[in-house]
Design a protein around this ligand. Structure first.
Ligand code: TMP
Length: 204
């Protein structure tokens, strides 16, 4: 039986979501909540190894189908090793990216059939879907300009691709307004965090 609460954080590159997740984690710890942070793809050893393959800019030959299945494989392992057991123990899990990333990046971005993604996703996640999702919305060009380090295989894609990913997120938010909260990532760090905390405290 699931007792915990799964919150996922989504958005295009350079949206500042990692900073917001860490601020929320600190806030929930102060409130003495049982809280856990994980990221996707990754979070456990096997999934981190898959992440390295996925993001390696040298893997230029990787096809969209292989890419989709590798993201799902990383997810399947993270769900079994960490997310499911933690939910059973009553943890609030803060997960940096999840299924919506595959829908936005591989579906809207790469043209993989969205119904196929949901079907494979059901298998990969054992049917665990987020209780709450934040989508950080930012202009794709602006977000990419914020990345100062060497860009990975996905980040290196053309602006058109990243615009499709953003449009995908906006479509997801429109389709599922109860689960998905769309946030304008152009606001100050403090402003954004205040809104996130308000929404979370009302739901957990
Ligand atoms: P990160 O930069 O947020 O750590 O995420 C790694 C990259 O992987 C990022 O460019 C988004 C991409 N991604 C997908 O394309 N599909 C997915 O399902 C996930 C989880 C991430």
């Amino acid at each position: 039986m699931k007792k915990g609460f799964l919150i996922t954080f989504e958005g295009s590159e350079g949206s500042g979501k990692s900073t917001q997740i860490e601020l929320l984690r600190q806030y929930l710890v102060k409130k003495r909540k049982k809280v856990m942070y994980v990221r996707e793809p990754g979070g456990v050893l096997i999934s981190e190894k898959i992440r390295a393959i996925l993001l390696d800019a040298a893997n230029k030959k990787m096809g969209s189908e292989c890419e989709t299945l590798l993201y799902m494989a990383a997810r399947a392992q993270l769900v079994r090793e960490v997310i499911l057991p933690a939910l059973h123990k009553g943890y609030i899990i803060l997960c940096d990216r999840y299924m919506d990333s595959t829908v936005a990046y591989q579906g809207y971005g790469n043209g993989i059939n969205i119904d196929d993604i949901y079907q494979i996703g059901e298998f990969a996640t054992a049917g665990i879907s987020p209780d709450l999702t934040f989508v950080f919305d930012i202009d794709a060009k602006k977000g990419l300009a914020r990345i100062k380090r060497q860009k990975d295989r996905i980040e290196q894609r053309k602006l058109d691709y990243h615009n499709r990913v953003r449009a995908g997120y906006l479509a997801i938010a429109k389709r599922e307004p109860l689960r998905v909260k769309l946030l304008d990532a152009n606001r100050t760090k403090e402003d954004l965090q205040e809104e996130i905390q308000k929404i979370v405290i009302n739901k957990i």
